[in-house]
Design a protein around this ligand. Structure first.
Ligand SMILES: Cc1cc2nc3c(=O)[nH]c(=O)nc-3n(C[C@H](O)[C@H](O)[C@H](O)COP(=O)(O)O)c2cc1C
Length: 190
């Protein structure tokens, strides 16, 4: 897949074929992409917690918040939830600030997932204190992001932002998820 196709296909998916298992080997390969990504001052302060079994997934899921703009939707139902998660952690023994490292790592992971026929969603809205306790993560780790992963079970299409400038994504009557993106003309200022 060329980079343009890979990036265009790398959408946020929030409904999955939950019975489709994502194995540890796949997650490790995705972390290897994160490992090769840029890191401020090359400190490489990120660590990763992998979840790929129903028991641990069931601990993580209730601590995540989904699609704030879809007010009538409570998040993925049983059977359409992610098959795996990567919890991105900052190791405070290495650094007390993590800059944008976790964003870069997250995108590398998302691109790798797309290449493998998977999809995911970067989740920043996480009950971090509760999740840290429930996963028994040592205090020196700081939860930064959760990436939900699985075999997508929804269609996502990109739309131009309309005249009204509304950037809220929406889901149509056929369950297709629409994501407005601003035009290049709007983004490039000179
Ligand atoms: C830092 C960050 C945090 C995000 N947090 C959430 C979240 O908590 N819940 C969610 O459903 N989506 C979350 N998203 C996904 C965005 O809503 C999504 O990227 C946006 O709607 C655009 O869709 P696209 O990724 O398909 O381009 C997050 C994305 C980023 C980059």
């Amino acid at each position: 897949m060329e980079i343009k196709e890979l990036v265009y296909k790398t959408r946020s998916y929030r409904r999955f074929h939950e019975s489709y298992a994502v194995d540890r080997e796949t997650l490790v390969a995705l972390i290897d992409l994160a490992r090769h990504s840029a890191s401020g001052s090359n400190k490489q302060p990120l660590k990763f917690f992998l979840s790929y079994n129903p028991e641990t997934n069931a601990v993580i899921f209730p601590n995540t918040r989904w699609a704030g703009y879809l007010e009538d939707w409570g998040g993925p139902a049983l059977g359409e939830r992610p098959s795996a998660y990567i919890v991105i952690l900052g190791d405070t023994r290495i650094s007390d600030s993590f800059g944008v490292d976790h964003g870069i790592a997250a995108q590398s992971i998302m691109l790798g997932a797309t290449e493998r026929g998977l999809g995911g969603c970067i989740i920043g809205s996480v009950q971090k204190v509760k999740l840290q306790r429930e996963l028994a993560l040592p205090e020196h780790y700081q939860i930064l992001l959760v990436i939900a992963l699985g075999k997508p079970n929804e269609k996502v299409v990109i739309e131009p932002v309309g005249e009204d400038g509304d950037i809220k994504y929406w889901r149509d009557e056929n369950g297709i998820h629409h994501v407005p993106k601003r035009s290049l003309d709007e983004l490039i200022i000179s």
